[in-house]
Design a protein around this ligand. Structure first.
Ligand code: SF4
Length: 976
């Protein structure tokens, strides 16, 4: 008897007698019936979290997906999205064959073509560009997990115009971390979930590290550790927090600096830690007007110096003296004076503008609450320290008998990052951790290898004109980490070298590129025209753009003089019929994640844990039933067709004829270092470094599709200064030299840009940008009001902040073609505080206009208590255009769904010279999605009935969309 029959038996008996009779012979319950004849492991890709999964197959079809209990990322946990991968595999929106545009862009006028023709067209366009001016290719990818390949392909092609989606995701968080502590959150590091006693989370909805965060929060809850959530909206993780701080958007930096103010005023900072591991005691030259003002004073060997209080003399900072000065002025050998960096930080953070009483109104957080939070942090850090009884030796040779930690930790993501003040906010948060001594110690934040890396990490970006030539690879990768103005990608006249203006004076540390500016700049031929826009899984015609309606219009705009499209050619690769497909000239259909090889590489963004490096693969678990090819195979094929050196053997034949799996095994970025770190060497016994191993993929598969190295206990904490770890990291190929990584409370790299703005050095900003660079390249964190918020406030009449959150059951637009996930989110409401709704005479279900500085969109509202009263919000990327994503006309996503994107300008208002900067952080170029201010106006009944946006015509070849798409219907002999 199966479970269902048994349940019926019990129900009938209950109904007859009023009580459950225990049958004489209890039938066995089969709660886990065998549903499959084969189980294959691989890596989920229903979001960016990279969980390990086991896919159960029956007769070659997917029957069931479960989490892999052995996998380091998720330990068997599987979320709704991961389970619903089954329905992605039967999605009606799957592209089926290459498409060539045969009518106007945006009209869905395509014809299906064979792959030979598609590749011939693409290779023809790309080859022509490469032979003339490689910069005329703009190659941008979305949430692409193969950036180690795609970035290298761009470099081999010779174009600087490459980036993935990081510029509009969380580059502020990444860059601030990498320039401060040599790591950051998510794939860079994580809280010590086992030991932390006080955890603060800023601006995180359902974000990148999805299942690990859920597992971690479960551990915190089980141990009774305090969890404080700072977020304007109380959803998701916030809902289980012990305390919710409903902060005003864009003011997180103020709150963090106020916490630092309190801690500094109370003397609750870890001076021992600061002396040993940070540049807090380094002397900063105080010589206003000099070319080295604000840089570190150095000795004859180039080492920064500090003041040794015991010796009453200057001392090299490496190794640091036991008693360095943290305050005062000290005479340098050349007669000038130097001030410890810590004193400069203290002056900054003890400024009364950061006192709790001064920030309470702006942040919406009462001063007493701020003071209490600071006291709780100090209590946990300094009165409840945790100890791991494990001796270790630091890089100076000093042996420590135990590992003593400050059990406070933090996590943050896009909520504090996607503002025009996000870089300094994120840097302030990292500094808060440093001041508490809570970086890579027991109970604190822990790096995940390959982090920490040198600050800033290498390499530098390539792409200035002199580095670009026809039929020639660039000398390096398009993305990198500038250490000063001389590393920028600017031309001799100061103009940007890249189409997105990353690494220009507009955004010098745009280390993830500025994808959100590509279409506008290409349309405007600013700074130069491009010929071909080549994109992969980036829905730039809809939810992956700011000002999305106008952005889509730029894709169809023609030059009135020539009649040609302003962006002449668009190649788009995706597995699904997204809105962007309609705007392409050539569509290259990709496979689903269950149908291909992939590599989650240490060269890119791997799956490491704090206790050791790890990487993983995807293997094809089912064969495609359509005429589609994995994009990575296609890219490698195109590389060979157009003769890119890295993809071509000496005889001109393809270097990787086996496609991506061939590349994964045999490519070496440096001798002995390839995409995968596990089972290297001819016999598969090497880790990290070693010759290619032809059996490597088999070894991964035999191990559940991942590799993991466990650090020895003495290597697991204080990695930035731990000699055993640093040597292990070199041996594994994670870093090049076993040198200490000094945490940077004061950023000399930022000061170098500031000095250029003051007229020093060979590479200086144009006069029009000097003040901007001088202001925002402050070597110490500070808070300022985000630009577009300020513009809206100056205009007046836009009193509300408007933000989005990512739901747990939908990853951007990826779930809208998934029948199960659509049952959870097929439309979105604008959430409004109950207080605001009452004041505004609004009720649940009312239609309103959300009116911003540049336009309006329509939405239905829902009231809720758990939201900052001055903030409205909605789920991200639920609104869709019918016709895309396999959605029928009138689908709820298009009828009642909406985006805030059309209201978010991609450009700021003109400056004094009439120039419009990107609506982005001035340091990193991070898109400032969350700086939107709006007002609400009730829509009339007629307006409410009007369509939101025109439908799209689906491309040819897609199957008719069924009224119902049911999992399992076919299993019982019924047609699906
Ligand atoms: S969190 Fe992301 S990667 Fe993990 S199971 Fe869910 S969808 Fe898949």
């Amino acid at each position: 008897m199966r479970l269902q029959e048994h349940a019926v038996t019990i129900a009938l008996r209950s109904r007859c007698s009023g009580r459950v009779a225990i049958p004489a012979r209890q039938p066995s319950l089969d709660t886990s019936p065998v549903v499959s004849d084969e189980v294959k492991t691989t890596t989920c890709y229903m979001c960016a979290c990279r969980c390990g999964i086991k896919v159960h197959l029956k007769d070659g079809a997917v029957r069931f997906i479960e989490g892999n209990r052995d996998h380091p990322v998720n330990r068997g946990v599987l979320c709704a999205k991961g389970s619903a991968g089954i329905m992605t595999q039967v999605s009606p929106a799957r592209l089926r064959k290459p498409l060539k545009r045969v009518g106007e862009r945006g009209t869905g006028a395509f014809e299906e073509i064979e792959w030979d023709e598609a590749l011939e067209i693409a290779a023809g366009w790309l080859g022509d560009i490469r032979r003339t001016d490689p910069r005329k290719l703009a190659f941008f990818t979305g949430r692409d997990q193969s950036q180690a390949l795609t970035g290298w392909w761009a470099s081999q092609f010779g174009t600087p115009n490459f980036a993935a989606h990081g510029g509009f995701c969380s580059v502020n968080m990444a860059a601030a971390g990498l320039y401060t502590i040599g790591g950051s959150f998510w794939e860079f590091g994580e809280p010590d979930w086992e030991r932390t006693r006080y955890f603060m989370m800023f601006g995180v909805a359902e974000d990148h590290d999805s299942n690990p965060i859920k597992i971690g929060l479960g551990k915190l809850k089980a141990r009774g550790a305090k969890f404080v959530a700072v977020n304007p909206v109380r959803t998701g993780y916030q809902a289980i927090a012990d305390e919710w701080i409903g902060i005003t958007p864009g003011t997180d930096g103020l709150l963090i600096l106020a916490l630092i103010y309190e801690l500094m005023a109370a003397g609750k900072v870890d001076l021992d830690y600061l002396a040993r591991y940070t540049n807090a005691p380094w002397l900063v030259i105080d010589d206003p007007g000099a070319a080295d003002d604000g840089l570190f004073a150095r000795d004859g060997n180039g080492r920064p110096v500090c003041w040794d209080r015991k010796a009453d003399a200057l001392a090299p900072s490496a190794p640091p003296p036991d008693h360095p000065a943290f305050k005062g002025r000290y005479t340098l050998p050349d007669g000038r004076e130097g001030i410890p960096a810590f004193e400069l930080l203290a002056r900054r953070c003890l400024d009364e503008r950061y006192a709790p009483d001064a920030v309470a109104e702006e942040t919406g957080v009462p001063a007493d609450t701020i003071r209490r939070l600071a006291a709780e942090l100090a209590q946990a850090a300094f009165e409840e320290s945790v100890v791991v009884e494990q001796p270790w030796t630091d890089w100076t040779g000093r042996r420590h008998e135990r590992m003593v930690g400050r059990p406070v930790s933090f996590h943050a993501m896009r909520g504090i990052s996607a503002h025009a003040n996000g870089f300094h906010t994120c840097r302030a948060l990292h500094l808060l951790q440093v001041l508490l001594g809570a970086i890579d110690c027991p109970g604190g934040f822990r790096y995940k290898p390959p982090f920490p890396r040198p600050i800033p990490p290498g390499p530098k970006p390539s792409g200035r004109s002199e580095q670009v030539a026809p039929e020639t690879p660039m000398p390096g990768m398009p993305l990198g980490f500038p250490t000063g103005p001389e590393d920028l990608l600017v031309e001799p006249d100061g103009s940007p070298s890249r189409i997105d203006k990353a690494f220009s004076w507009d955004a010098p540390l745009a280390v993830h590129g500025m994808m959100h500016m590509v279409i506008r700049n290409a349309w405007k031929a600013d700074p130069y025209p491009v010929d071909t826009l080549f994109m992969y899984m980036a829905n730039m015609a809809w939810n992956s753009s700011m000002n999305s309606v106008e952005t889509a219009a730029m894709l169809t705009d023609r030059d009135p003089e020539t009649g040609e499209y302003r962006i002449p050619r668009i190649i788009y690769a995706d597995a699904f019929s997204s809105e962007m497909v309609a705007y392409a000239d050539l569509v290259l259909p990709d496979t689903t994640y269950l149908e291909r090889w992939d590599c989650i590489s240490l060269l890119d963004r791997p799956i490491c844990e704090a206790d050791g490096p790890a990487d993983s693969i995807r293997q094809p678990v089912v064969a495609p039933d359509r005429d589609v090819r994995p994009f990575q195979d296609v890219l490698i094929d195109l590389g060979a067709r157009i003769g890119l050196p890295g993809f071509t053997a000496e005889d001109g034949a393809p270097r990787y004829p086996g496609g991506y799996s061939d590349y994964i095994v045999n490519h070496e970025r440096k001798p002995g270092i390839g995409p995968l770190a596990g089972w290297r060497g001819a016999d598969g016994t090497a880790e990290g470094r070693g010759a290619p191993n032809p059996d490597q993929l088999e070894r991964y598969i035999a191990n559940g599709c991942f590799w993991q190295h466990h650090l020895a206990p003495e290597e697991r904490f204080f990695k930035f200064a731990n000699q055993a770890y640093l040597e292990r990291a070199v041996a594994l190929g994670l870093i090049d030299v076993a040198e200490p990584i000094v945490l940077q409370i004061y950023s000399e790299a930022l000061q170098k840009f500031r000095l250029a703005a003051r007229g020093h050095g060979p590479v200086q900003p144009p006069d029009s940008k000097r003040e901007r660079v001088e202001t925002y390249f402050d070597p110490l964190p500070f808070w300022y009001r985000p630009f577009d918020m300020e513009a809206a406030e100056a205009e007046g009449g836009l009193p509300l902040f408007a933000v989005t959150q990512r739901p747990m059951a939908m990853y951007h637009s990826w779930g809208s073609h998934n029948a199960w996930l659509r049952q959870i989110h097929d439309s979105n409401r604008l959430y409004v505080s109950t207080v605001l709704a009452e004041e505004s005479g609004l009720d649940d279900g009312d239609w309103v206009w959300i009116i911003g500085r540049t336009g309006r969109v329509k939405a239905r509202i829902r009231t809720m208590a758990g939201v900052n009263p001055h903030t409205v919000w909605t789920w991200n990327a639920i609104g869709k255009r019918a016709g895309a994503w396999g959605l029928k006309p009138g689908a709820p996503e298009s009828r009642e769904g909406f985006l805030l994107n059309p209201l978010i300008p991609e450009l700021l208002q003109p400056d004094a010279d009439g120039y419009q900067h990107s609506n982005a952080d001035p340091v990193t170029g991070q898109a400032a999605w969350y700086d939107l201010k709006v007002r609400l106006e009730k829509a009339t009944a007629e307006e409410a009935a009007e369509a939101q946006i025109a439908d799209l015509t689906p491309p040819p070849g897609l199957p008719p969309v069924p009224d119902e798409l049911r999992y399992g219907a076919g299993f019982a002999g019924r047609a699906r």
